[in-house]
Ligand binder design. Structure first.
Ligand code: FRU
Length: 497
């Protein structure tokens, strides 16, 4: 008992140190690329969303966090909450590496990704304790809170001490949910070149029974499935499995939709696709809210990228919250939550703007770096081969990010090769023109991010861009023939901070 108390004290001391360091680091960050209306850490490093849950009137969002530095180090869980999914309140660091199963003197270590559940009013975090080179390297552990702010690690951690087979490539990122009276966990796993989602079940969150793999790669879906999330979407047995597969570049995320059978714990895939086509989208996680909506948020960066904001004392944004729905054909759609419209400020609208081939058309007084835009091109009968928008353009027009739609290829592109600092590249997605010849695009520009939504949620594309702050020009264009910008409605977005 004594031992337990002093361990708790030690954990709380690590947390106090982390919060102190964070407060100091906040004072020195460069705000150039700070986002106006996306969640980000106060300072330091942030990766995956963790522990997403709607709990006692708040949306809680924890995240992989190094409060001491803007690079990946010993992972803590940062913590924020929101009443409306739009405005976020930063809370103290929730958990810190402190035990032999999540802390080491040297090397990679920490409280790695996981999830949260409401266990009769006790907010319970289930995470991976990771210590590089230790045997086993990854175990599953619990921490609990009764006030939703202060967390204590379970004294008898870990609750899952090893993977079913020691010869494995990864065993991490537990996502737990309740079905009837039982807790279910899907945990990411990789073995013999195949990513898998393993299932465990429990009646009390403390003792867990292994049920085998719900699903695994067919050889083309990555060798380790990070951050799996398995949840009901649609009717009856219909479920969706989100995964972040390793080593199938350029693909970084996949969804599988199908059915999950709770008796056998097997997932039967019917459809598969990408939930986002951009470069900066990883480790999505979901929650179910009090309105029955399945809300997804992802890390708006990617491992291995240049990450210009790191030199500014911080790293990492979260995507806008998106609602997931299952379409009749089994594909999964994602759309930004309607609450975001509360940030709309000054509006600019235009209609029936003629776009002559190869000209760049500006709309009077319209520019910015913090905008929502809803754009409709009328392409019925057009001779144009391409239409699009340039955003974040420099005064002289040499720097910009271009979003273009190829009518002949039925593809949408985002080209950030001239977008400023950071990595270039062109992301692309298939997008069929609707039968009436209209192309509707929704764009959310923040100071260092662009999120595109098209095709009623069929396509989402998320990229970070790092232009100069003064590069805020916007223009519309057509190529290969004339086209019509039928309507444009845009709003300056207010800051949430
Ligand atoms: C995914 C990931 C997880 C891991 C965490 C570590 O981005 O690699 O698999 O738990 O990040 O921070």
């Amino acid at each position: 008992m004594e031992n337990t108390t002093s361990k708790q004290d030690l954990h709380q001391r690590y947390i106090a140190n982390a919060n102190k360091a964070l407060q100091e680091n906040v004072k020195t960050i460069d705000t150039t690329y700070r986002l106006h209306y996306h969640m980000m850490p106060p300072a330091g490093w942030m990766n995956d969303p963790n522990g997403m849950i709607y709990f006692e009137g708040h949306y809680h969002l924890f995240y992989q966090h190094d409060p001491y530095q803007s690079k990946q180090g010993p992972m803590h869980w940062g913590h924020a909450r929101s009443k409306d999914l739009v405005h976020w309140e930063h809370l103290p660091v929730a958990i810190a590496p402190s035990e032999d199963y999540d802390k080491a003197e040297f090397g990679g270590q920490g409280c790695w990704s996981g999830s949260a559940v409401d266990n009769n009013g006790v907010l319970t975090l289930i995470y991976t304790g990771h210590v590089d080179g230790k045997t086993p390297e990854e175990v599953q552990a619990l921490a609990t809170s009764t006030d939703g702010v202060t967390f204590h690690k379970y004294a008898a951690n870990p609750v899952i001490g090893d993977s079913p087979d020691a010869q494995r490539f990864g065993f991490r990122d537990p996502k737990v949910w309740k079905h009837e009276d039982n807790w279910h966990m899907v945990v990411g796993y990789g073995k013999d070149g195949l990513g898998k989602g393993l299932i465990y079940t429990s009646s009390d969150l403390l003792s867990w029974e292994y049920q085998g793999a719900a699903a695994q790669s067919d050889g083309t879906m990555g060798d380790m499935w990070e951050c799996p999330d398995l949840f009901p979407l649609g009717e009856g047995k219909q479920h969706t499995l989100l995964i972040s597969p390793m080593n199938i570049a350029p693909i970084k995320n996949l969804y599988l939709s199908g059915t999950f059978d709770y008796a056998s714990c097997r997932f039967d895939k019917q459809q598969m696709g990408q939930i986002d086509y951009g470069f900066d989208f990883y480790a999505p996680q979901t929650l179910l809210d009090d309105q029955g909506r399945r809300i997804m948020i992802a890390w708006m960066n990617i491992w291995g990228a240049t990450m210009p904001e790191q030199a500014h004392g911080w790293l990492g944004g979260m995507t806008l919250p998106r609602e997931l729905t299952l379409a009749a054909d089994g594909t999964v759609r994602s759309n930004p939550v309607p609450e975001l419209s509360m940030l709309r400020g000054q509006q600019v609208s235009a209609s029936d703007v003629a776009l002559s081939s190869n000209e760049f058309v500006k709309i009077n007084g319209f520019h910015g770096d913090s905008l929502e835009m809803d754009i409709v091109f009328d392409l019925a009968g057009t001779e144009a081969t391409e239409v699009g928008i340039r955003v974040r353009s420099s005064e002289d027009g040499t720097d910009y990010t271009e979003i273009s739609y190829s009518i002949s290829e039925q593809k949408i592109y985002m080209d950030r090769n001239l977008g400023g600092e950071g990595d270039g590249g062109v992301s692309e997605a298939p997008l069929q023109l609707s039968s009436d010849g209209r192309l509707q695009l929704r764009l959310f520009l923040d100071r260092s991010s662009i999120e595109l939504f098209a095709g009623e949620g069929r396509v989402a594309m998320t990229n970070r861009v790092y232009p100069r702050p003064e590069d805020i020009g916007i223009s519309f264009f057509a190529r290969g023939g004339d086209a019509l910008l039928q309507t444009m409605n845009a709003w300056q977005m207010r800051s949430i901070w």
